[in-house]
Ligand binder design. Structure first.
Ligand code: NAD
Length: 287
């Protein structure tokens, strides 16, 4: 039976450390980390994420600024706001909540964020830095996954790592991070010929697809570390709504060595890593 990776507890421990380091930064330099979150439109899931980010930022001792723009906001207006936040010395991290309405080019907007305030790690400069192995901001979800993988205490060098999903925000940066740990990395995706066979090779399996229960129990190599990034809203047979991951958790737990639950795994670590990146941005600004 697999050991449960308790993302909620690991995130709480990380947030506590961030709170202590924030207090030290304020004491020593007078600089208090400031996180600005920009949300365009009224997508309910995005509203929940943004509220949580603001609450947790304040709990860590940060200043938190939320900018709510209407659905019909133009790309130019959004870029103008980002220009103001770039120039604001009280703001150390800027996050534009995705997705954006269709009249707005997401990557173009993200590239207007000053790279040193891009705490989501999506700016083209930070993507390039990660790819080159240079210091920079790393996207929060794969960063949280890496922390949980490392916290198993296992030697990662030489392990076969399989990432299912090749998105810019999860799959690709996850691959770069595991490559930097000297894993042998495979990225599988919707066109992969034999997904079960590829998954069965994995000492580390990261599922980031968005399909409930796609990864079956007998796809898991005995003893593997299984990280489930998927967040899927499903309706149970008894009509209740709940969140589930991309991995068939019960069956996979029979084979895995370590496994994250959904909810309570990757999700909480993602927000904690956003705070970690923002603190780092403030520390760099204070030096
Ligand atoms: P995405 O839609 O951008 O990418 C999905 C990827 O899965 C694609 O690369 C696609 O090729 C691959 N894919 C689709 N069907 C497949 C199949 N049948 N077999 C193999 N691969 C397949 O998604 P994303 O933004 O990377 O998010 C993935 C999941 O992770 C979603 O459920 C999302 O909600 C969740 N997510 C969670 C967090 C968190 O904090 N926990 C953060 C980001 C995303």
């Amino acid at each position: 039976m697999a050991t449960l990776i308790d993302g909620k507890a690991q995130a709480a421990a990380l947030r506590e450390r961030i709170g202590i380091d924030t207090a030290t930064l304020v004491d020593q330099t007078g600089v208090r980390p400031g996180l600005a979150v920009v949300i365009v439109g009224d997508d309910p899931a995005s509203q929940v994420y943004v509220r949580n980010k603001g609450k947790q930022a304040e709990a860590a001792g940060f200043n938190s600024y939320t900018h709510r723009l209407t659905d019909d906001t133009s790309e130019d207006a959004l870029k103008a706001l980002i220009g103001e936040l770039n120039a604001d010395t009280d703001v150390h991290g800027i996050l534009v909540q995705l997705p954006l309405p269709e009249q707005i080019d997401e990557q173009s907007v993200i590239n207007t964020i000053a790279a040193e305030k891009d705490v989501d790690g999506f700016h083209i400069e930070n993507v390039g830095r990660l790819s080159l192995g240079l210091p920079g901001f790393v996207p929060c979800t794969p960063l949280g996954c890496l922390k949980m993988i490392r916290n198993t205490g296992l030697e990662l060098a030489g392990m076969e790592a399989v990432i299912v999903g090749r998105s810019n925000i999860v799959g690709k940066p996850m691959a770069a991070l595991l490559l930097a740990q000297n894993c042998t990395v495979t990225i599988a995706h919707s066109r992969t010929y034999d997904l079960p066979a590829v998954c069965r090779r994995a000492d580390i399996l990261v599922a980031a697809v968005g399909r409930p229960g796609l990864i079956k129990g007998d796809w898991i190599k005995p003893g593997a570390i299984v990280i489930d990034v998927g967040i899927n809203r499903i309706t149970d047979v008894d009509g209740r709504n709940r969140l589930t991951g991309d991995v068939d958790f019960e069956a996979a737990s029979e084979h895995a060595g370590h496994i994250t639950p959904v909810p309570g795994g990757v999700g909480p670590m993602t927000i904690a890593c956003l705070l970690a990146n923002t603190l780092q941005a403030a520390q760099l600004a204070a030096t």
